[in-house]
Structures are given as C-alpha cells and as structure tokens.
Write a protein that binds this ligand. Structure first.
Ligand code: DAK
Length: 257
C-alpha cells in the first residue's frame, strides 16, 4: 500500500495532521491538499476532537505548491483545477487550527500556515513567498493575509523581492504566536491545542468566528457580530455551567451544548 500523503494521529482531544511528502519537501500537490482537507473536515464533525494541528517534519513544513506539476499548466488548467478551492476549504473549518512550523514554510506552505488560526514556530522556521523567482505571485492568500498581519511595506519586500523571515523575525513582526526549540515544537503546539480543546467548545467555536470576522468587516459591523455571538452563548448549558462552577469554586464540566 502506498504511503498516505497526510499522516494522522489523535492525541487526547487534538487531531494532528502531518504532511507526508518528505522527498518533495511536502510540496502541496492537489492530492495532498485534498487528503488534508478531508481529514480536517472529518475531525471538524467529530465531538471527540476539540482542536487540530497541521505540521510537517523538522526540516520542512511545506515548500509550496508542486512546481513540477505547475510548470506544465496553462492559465485555463490552473483556473479549472479547483486547487484554490482546497485552500479556501480551510476557512470553513470551525474548530481551531494550529500550524506547527519547523524549517521551510514557503509559497503555498506559508499560505497554508496563514490560513490557520495560530502558528507555533520552531527556532529553525523560515517563512517566505518566493513565487517571484518563478515569475508568478502568491495565489492562495499570501498577499492579502501577510499585508493584514505585517502591514504593507514588509509584505511588499516579501512578495516582490523574496525577503524571508527567520522565526525570531516572524515573532518580532507578529506573524507567529511563539518560537520554541525545534526539538519540542510539535509537543508545544499540541499542548497549546490541548489547552484550547479542554475549553467550552461552543465558546471556542464562536470566539474563532468572531475574531475571523474582524478581517471581513468594518469595526461597527464586527462589534455587532461579536455582540450577537456573545448573546447566543447565553443560550448554552456551558454558560450556565461555567458561571456556576466559578461561583462554586470548582472546575467546569463542558458539554458542548
Ligand atoms: N515543488 C516541487 N518539488 C519541490 C518543491 C516544490 N515547491 N520544493 C522542493 N522540491 C523538491 C526539489 O525539487 C528536490 O527534489 P529532487 O530534485 O530531490 O527530486 C527536493 O524537493 C529537495 O529540494 P532542494 O534540492 O531544492 O533542497 P534544498 O535544501 O537545496 O532547498 C528549498 C530547499 C525549500 C529552499 C528549495 O527546494 C526551494 O526553493 N523550493 C521551492 C520553493 C518555492 O519556490 N516555493 C513556491 C512554489 S510556488 C494557486 C495558489 C497557490 C499556489 C499556486 C497556485 N492557485 C490559486 C491555483 C502556490 C504556489 C507556490 O507555492
């Protein structure tokens, strides 16, 4: 049997998806992206899973889309390929997604990390959008998500001149949540995911939705959206339980209802 393109493992309430094309530096072929999305969608439906981690290996998170496959494509093939829909599918995942990045996160690899909700970086991580070297630009969100996170000027340098950020620079510019030793990066990302997965599931889900809405809306519309989600949580058993547990000085028992 052939190796899966995405290896999966469940640790407690966390699903860990490991990109598995090491010989191609985890180049994100459509087949790999399809497999990844299928795994994430299944976990998103599974009450036993509270958060997910996407990772590569210690040397490379992902070196981008598969240049070998793309090199022969014309515009119509790219347009018809459905490749971008696979990236867009990531934004339909409702549970938290954490990218655990060691080594290269380049091109589509960085765009995959940017589509996650948090990024834990190993000390050896390198982030970049080298598409300009191939005569193209990022096509799966890089120009937009980086500009929103890093601002215009650094993003321009990355997109127009292949400026790469080391992990410490990425942390300084707010691109990653934390930088940790390469030996422990995956454990640290899983620990962060476990901590979130132990929290009230509906509040986590709506919290993610509310924060993401900030990227889509004006401040006023965002504040209104947040308020509606806030009121909605007062219809949940977990709100009653959370507040009761606080007053009774005990740990809450979340039901996800
Ligand atoms: N695709 C295919 N193979 C790749 C690859 C990639 N992106 N990156 C590396 N490999 C392969 C290499 O060809 C090599 O294979 P063999 O020659 O051994 O068969 C093997 O992985 C090891 O690579 P190197 O020999 O180059 O290893 P080094 O350690 O010297 O260098 C590197 C590592 C990661 C710095 C280097 O491999 C590199 O620069 N890789 C390419 C990085 C890159 O240009 N990435 C951007 C790709 S373009 C779209 C949306 C998004 C996208 C496309 C479409 N739509 C909306 C439709 C995204 C585009 C991109 O990501």
């Amino acid at each position: 049997m052939s190796e899966p393109l995405v290896r999966t493992e469940v640790r407690g309430r966390v699903g860990v998806a490991r990109l598995n094309r090491p010989r191609a530096y985890n180049a994100l072929s459509p087949e790999l992206m399809r497999e990844l999305l299928a795994v994430l969608r299944a976990w998103d439906q599974d009450d036993a899973i509270g958060a997910m981690v996407i990772t590569g290996n210690e040397k490379v998170f992902a070196a981008g889309a598969d240049v070998k496959a793309m090199s022969q494509a014309d515009a119509v093939e790219m347009l018809r390929s459905g490749y971008i829909e696979l990236f867009d599918g990531l934004s339909t995942i409702r549970k938290p997604l954490i990218a655990a990045v060691a080594g290269w996160a380049l091109g589509g690899g960085l765009e995959l990390a940017l589509a996650c909700d948090m990024i834990v970086a190993a000390e050896n991580a390198v982030f970049g959008q080298p598409e300009i070297n191939l005569g193209i630009i990022p096509g799966a969100g890089g120009t937009q998500r980086l500009a929103r996170t890093l601002g215009k000027y650094l993003t321009m340098e990355m997109v127009l001149n292949d400026r790469r950020l080391r992990a410490d620079e990425a942390a300084r510019f707010g691109l990653v949540n934390r930088v940790v030793p390469t030996e422990t990066y995956l454990d640290e990302a899983i620990a962060l995911a476990q901590a979130i997965a132990a929290r009230a599931p509906l509040a986590v889900r709506l919290g993610k939705e509310a924060v993401n809405f900030a990227f889509e809306s004006t401040l006023q519309a965002g504040l209104q959206h947040e308020r509606r989600l806030f009121y909605l949580l007062f219809a949940t058993e977990d709100q009653t339980e959370g507040m009761r547990a606080f007053l009774e000085k005990r740990e809450p028992h979340w039901q996800g209802r």
